[in-house]
Design a protein around this ligand. Structure first.
Ligand code: BT5
Length: 328
């Protein structure tokens, strides 16, 4: 393990002196000092106290800050600004990386599905996780569902009652849970969009080579800086959230769910519990045409089951609109 990471781990247990660290890590005191300086340069403001080096009381939103105490197997690569964390993650994946989370404060070329633009100003939580799961490419959509579950949980932990609209939108209000009374939903979007997920992969017929799960959460961002119908954690809570903790929670949930990817029933059950789409009249634009009906279930690896009134259809990809009953 490198000295930086070992130092980060050692600081979790409280202040520790330079000599004690050198002995514990079996490196020179100069090496300890260099690692401390490296952490400080990254933005993780190691304090020098009478009892030795100590972790900052409120670690910043930076690589070491997110890795500090992180209960997930990811190394974090942080950028103040990057075109797209998914693009950077794909680059790392192509170079053979695994278990890396690329995190940014701002994206200048964020992407949604189908090459749509994703607006990602400074203040958001924009991150992409590179993994190499031993699953078939057909199961990749499960990771999108898992990321949506993880995102909803992280949002709820900071007090924002988010819900999922199939397949990958995390929304607040509208016709789903958490909707304020009279929260009219004329957009068909089923609420105000708080976060989105973009999963990309490369694989062979029977095996994923790499998988990149990108999650964008409008965290400490003003809605004025976002498209109409979007919202942010700041707008919903009336204050700023601790993005370091939020990102760490999100990564921990993603990691925990990814481990259960061979148990799709668990991911599906968690998804159903947090979704606002099931039981609603929907209109889904799929590559094969429009399907309208009542969304009755989600099936592995992520298909929406729609009762059209004239039989059951399963849709695997598309844009989903929640209809008001009168529209149906
Ligand atoms: C998504 O696409 O919702 C997936 C968004 C994934 C973004 C993350 S950020 C980290 C990683 N790096 C990337 O480059 N991407 C991922 P889709 O379902 O196609 O929705 C895109 C649509 O959402 C746009 O056409 C806009 O209407 C709307 N939109 C754009 N930016 C938004 C924002 N910040 N908040 C809410 N809605 C937004």
């Amino acid at each position: 393990m490198d000295t930086r990471r070992a130092l980060l781990d050692a600081l979790e247990d409280g202040p520790v002196s330079g000599p004690a660290l050198a002995a514990e890590l079996d490196v020179s005191r100069a090496a300890v000092w260099k690692a401390v300086e490296a952490l400080r340069e990254e933005g993780f403001a190691v304090e020098s106290t009478g009892a030795g080096y100590a972790a900052p009381a409120e670690p910043a939103y930076c690589a070491a800050g997110i890795e500090f105490g992180l209960d997930a197997p990811y190394e974090v690569e942080y950028h103040d600004a990057v075109p797209s964390t998914n693009d950077r993650a794909r680059e790392l994946a192509a170079d053979g990386a695994a278990d890396v989370a690329v995190v940014a404060d701002e994206q200048t070329g964020g992407r949604g599905r189908l090459d749509r633009e994703w607006v990602a100003p400074s203040g958001g939580v924009w991150l992409s996780v590179v993994t190499r799961p031993t699953v078939s490419p057909a199961r990749a959509p499960l990771f999108t569902l898992a990321a949506a579950v993880a995102t909803v949980d992280a949002c709820r932990e900071v007090g924002v009652d988010a819900h999922i609209k199939w397949p990958n939108d995390v929304l607040v209000g509208g016709d789903g849970a958490g909707g304020a009374a009279g929260d009219a939903d004329r957009s068909g979007r089923g609420g105000r969009k708080l976060a989105g997920i973009l999963t990309e992969m490369e694989g062979e017929a029977d095996r994923v080579s790499w998988l990149v799960v990108g999650v964008g959460v409008n965290a400490n961002v003003d809605p004025d800086a976002l498209p109409a119908d979007a919202t942010s954690l700041r707008a919903e809570t009336g204050g700023d959230v601790d993005r370091r903790r939020f990102a760490a929670t999100l990564l921990e949930r993603v990691a925990a769910l990814a481990q259960t990817a061979d148990r799709s029933d668990r991911i599906l059950a968690a998804w159903r519990e947090r979704a606002s789409t099931l039981g609603r009249r929907v209109r889904v634009e799929t590559p094969m045409g429009v399907v309208t009906g009542t969304a009755v279930d989600v099936e592995s690896p992520g298909a929406l089951v729609i009762d059209t009134g004239d039989g059951t259809r399963r849709v695997h990809a598309g844009d989903c609109e929640h209809l008001r009953d009168a529209d149906g």
